[in-house]
Design a protein around this ligand. Sequence first.
Ligand code: HEC
Length: 132
Amino acid sequence: MCLIHAGSPVKAWVKTAGVWRGYEGEFGMKIYKQAITAVGMVILLTAVTAGYAADPTKGAKLYNQHCVDCHGTNGDGQMPGVPDFRRTQVLFKPDTVLSETIQRGKNVMPGFAGVLTRDQINDVIAYLRTLH
Ligand code: HEC
């Protein structure tokens, strides 16, 4: 979509099936606004993903405060039913899925929503991925 022509009666140019079409008036304005929103969303998403890199060192501290009692110093599990993080298939799930589970809890494991922030949980996950 081309935004340069926004000042002319044609408010938005859209390429459909290889052909550029100009849209005028209110409809053009609507498409123009949608384009701006889309661009904004991309910038926002990029900022969110790029803005925070999970830190396994901070994660280690948090792990030793909140997780070590059940999961053990090496992530090997301190009681029956606790998965062994050193067997990497336990952590084959994407960070977002692990984060959800850690926030909500699972069976015996308590949820950490409200205890740890999402960033802190991502730090801990980054640390878990170093245990093998
Ligand atoms: C009270 C003990 C306990 C504490 C504290 C605890 N966990 Fe767990 N955790 C468990 C148990 C038990 C399971 C296995 C749950 C099941 O599959 O039934 C588990 C499972 C997991 C899993 C695997 C989830 C999956 O997808 O199957 C992850 C990841 C995990 N814990 C991370 C953490 C982190 C990170 C912390 C600290 C912030 C933590 N746990 C604190 C007991 C605990």
